[in-house]
Design a protein around this ligand. Structure first.
Ligand code: ATR
Length: 263
């Protein structure tokens, strides 16, 4: 039986096992997908298990998407460009780190027919998934990407990868067409991002990486003010879909049943 794993810290709330095990069952694959909470100093040993065949594939979530990199033999061009790995596998005896968050985000926007070309995008947050989102936005032709994070140093770290990124202070709001919440604010019901919705205009896209709750305050307020809203559920589904396809060489179906699993 093949073994797959998602690693992170915390990991309790990860829905990856639910999704992958659903597709494993649907496609009659002899495999199991587990979750494991790790500390930084467990990473090397865990990746060694991919090298020796004990584990067949790993998904990586926060806060390890960057810190796994030194233990891998090879990065795919996307993982290297984003300096972020969410999918690990062995190929020709090499442990390879890949990134399916970039295309996950791209496919999520394509699904709602949103064309980000020549649009100004404002990102809130600088956590684990942001470098993949920036790379996806650049690939799709966004004209400008502005980023703000409470801890400015983390925003500056991203500018080391993407030199044309514009950083502004936390609390400031620039002119934008698309705003993306990539902070963890909104996960809890009483969390709120302070934004002056009345002076932002309408008809903008408000995107929240959070999909549980399905509609954060960030999204529900944006909707009240006449904006389009989208949560991160399909990004999550598509990144998993790509990882599954790489590991099992089977493209699983994304149907209503699959999507409902995550509600
Ligand atoms: P990690 O930072 O470990 O990768 P994450 O959940 O991907 O984890 O990212 C959390 C994001 O939410 C960060 O951008 C964080 O800002 P800091 O870098 O300043 O910590 C942001 N965040 C979390 N709580 C916040 C709060 N109360 N106010 C503003 N930003 C917050």
């Amino acid at each position: 039986m093949k073994k797959y794993l998602v690693i992170g810290n915390p990991i309790k709330h990860s829905l990856s096992p639910k999704l992958h095990n659903h597709w494993i069952k649907k496609n009659n694959i002899d495999a199991v997908y587990d979750k494991k909470q790790l500390n930084e100093n467990d990473i090397e040993d865990t990746i060694l298990k991919v090298r020796n065949g004990e584990i067949d594939g790993i998904n990586v979530t926060v806060p390890f998407k960057k810190s796994v990199i030194p233990y891998l033999d090879q990065l795919t061009p996307l993982a290297n460009e984003a300096q972020s790995v969410n999918t690990i596998y062995k190929e020709k005896n090499k442990v390879v780190g890949h990134n399916t968050d970039v295309s996950g985000f791209e496919l999520g926007l394509k699904r709602i027919n949103y064309n980000v070309k020549n649009k100004k995008v404002f990102i809130l947050g600088a956590g684990g998934v942001v470098s993949s989102i920036i790379l996806a936005l650049k690939k799709m032709g966004a004209s400008k990407i502005i980023l703000s994070n409470r801890t400015k140093e983390k925003a500056e770290d991203l500018k080391k990868i993407y030199s044309d990124l514009e950083i502004i202070d936390w609390g400031e709001t620039p002119d934008f067409n698309v705003i993306i919440n990539a902070t963890s604010l909104g996960l809890k019901n009483d969390d709120e991002i302070k934004l002056d919705y009345t002076n932002m205009g309408s008809n903008k896209l408000f995107y929240d990486v959070i999909y549980n709750p399905r509609q954060t305050k960030f999204l529900s307020k944006a909707k009240q003010f006449g904006n389009q809203i989208e949560n991160g559920k399909m990004m999550f589904v598509y990144q998993a879909h790509q990882a599954f396809t790489i590991w099992h060489k089977i493209m699983p179906e994304i149907d209503d049943e699959t999507i409902k699993l995550l509600d």
